[in-house]
Design a binder for this molecule. Structure first.
Ligand SMILES: *Cc1c(COP(=O)(O)O)cnc(C)c1O
Length: 426
């Protein structure tokens, strides 16, 4: 197979860092009609999240202030822009999904949304909810733990998706079973168990944990499997972030147009989170937003799928890579088929990052801005160091004309001793 596919596959297989502009991309207006989802699907997800807000508020008092809406801050980080060496006056912000309530990662979007969607379906079938149910009835779902306890929710995860699905499912009363790959960090397993979820550990990688979880779940008619490799619910749950970010930008007076583009940098694992967010942003900003995904040099599954055109019919081991990386949230050997197809004519760029940069980025963010995110999430800084460096493909003036947003995808729940250990070795 190796000799039949060409650039950038040869470079990818050498595990060198590369930047890839998507040559299959077409203007948004041309791509949009051919997509599987549209603005109305995002709206449907947003409305469902609002219906469930009273329940979220009751189950998770930390969401009291936001009325049960799970959202994160968008923060200016000028000192980090300087530390990265960006031309002075370049506006850099960070979207702090690392601080999202409940799960401390971007997975608090898609993961929680999918559990709620499933819950609504079960509640409608059983008569706990009716199509015209109001806020009180949604909130009262918290009183039906016995009913939900007869059902299970299962998921395969490298860590953060498990945290999000496990915590949410256990809070509603489901039996929550999380199948964790070998990459998953111990503290994530411990935390999940403390919240009442069952954690099953596997020797193998993410794809094998998912396969085993799917198999066990399918054998049980009262079990629901959250399928990260092909879930449209996850994708749409994430997509809501596009409109939310647009509103936040507007609030701080940042306008986005063809002369003032928005550039967004999102770490990518299987693709659901960055794909959904990219879709949501494109629906809002069209070609005025430029989205770049970042993957580890040993696990660039989305770049591989898109650049080869093989989507999820190829995995990183097929080109001689290991799939192993310290960036546990991105340790995915094969991309989502659904997301890669949706992104193929839409995504602007992908790039890869070496593991040994991640702790340095972690230190840079903490020292410049007092923000702590996990190593996977730090991958988002890689394109900026490239754009700031010598030989940047983008001129200083052009960099300054844009608004740059780093998507901090996780780390809010990291125990302090884990943070110190990472930084010691930075
Ligand atoms: C899951 C995750 C991602 C990527 O999301 P995918 O849906 O797997 O692409 C990025 N960063 C962190 C910290 C994550 O947990």
């Amino acid at each position: 197979m190796k000799d039949r596919i060409h650039f950038p596959i040869d470079e990818l297989s050498s595990a060198r860092e590369i930047f890839w502009s998507n040559d299959n991309r077409v203007p948004w207006a041309e791509a949009e009609p051919g997509l599987s989802f549209h603005a109305a699907d995002i709206e449907d997800a947003e409305l469902r999240l609002r219906r469930f807000a009273p329940l979220i508020r009751r189950l998770f008092p930390e969401t009291e202030e936001s009325g049960g809406i799970i959202e994160s801050e968008l923060r200016d980080i000028p000192a980090a822009a300087d530390a990265l060496g960006l031309p002075s006056g370049t506006r850099l912000l960070i979207k702090l999904d690392s601080e999202l309530p409940i799960a401390g990662s971007v997975k608090a979007r898609g993961g929680i949304y999918e559990v709620l969607k499933h819950t609504e379906e079960l509640a409608l079938e059983s008569g706990l909810l009716r199509p015209d149910s109001g806020p009180e009835e949604y909130e009262a779902l918290a009183d039906h733990r016995d009913f939900f306890g007869t059902y299970s929710v299962q998921v395969g995860s490298t860590g953060n998706l498990g945290l999000s699905i496990g915590i949410m499912s256990a809070a509603i009363g489901y039996r929550a079973v999380v199948h964790m790959s070998a990459d998953a960090k111990q503290w994530k397993k411990d935390l999940l168990r403390s919240k009442g979820a069952e954690v099953i550990e596997y020797e193998g990688d993410y794809a094998s944990a998912v396969a085993e979880g799917r198999r066990l779940s399918e054998a049980d008619p009262k079990s629901y499997f959250v399928d990260d490799e092909s879930s449209s619910s996850l994708y749409l749950g994430y997509s809501v972030a596009g409109g939310r970010l647009a509103d936040q930008l507007e609030k701080v007076g940042i306008s986005v147009d063809s002369a003032h583009k928005l550039a967004v940098y999102i770490p990518c694992g299987v693709g659901g989170a960055p794909g959904g967010i990219c879709f949501g942003l494109k629906e809002r900003f069209g070609d005025d937003v430029v989205v770049c995904f970042i993957e580890p040099v040993q696990a660039p599954c989305m770049l591989l799928g898109l650049a080869s055109g093989k989507m999820n019919d190829i995995c990183v081991q097929d080109i001689g890579l290991s799939g192993k990386t310290e960036a546990d949230g991105l340790a995915v050997p094969r991309c989502s088929g659904l997301v890669s197809r949706e992104m193929s004519q839409v995504l602007d760029a992908c790039c890869t990052v070496r593991d040994d940069r991640l702790r340095g980025y972690m230190r840079l963010l903490r020292e410049s801005s007092g923000i702590v995110i996990e190593p996977s999430s730090c991958a988002a800084l890689r394109p900026l160091t490239m754009l700031a460096g010598k030989g940047s493909p983008v001129s200083a003036d052009e960099l300054r004309s844009m608004t740059h947003v780093i998507w901090a995808t996780g780390g809010g729940l990291m125990p302090p001793e884990v943070v110190e250990e990472y930084l010691e070795k930075a």
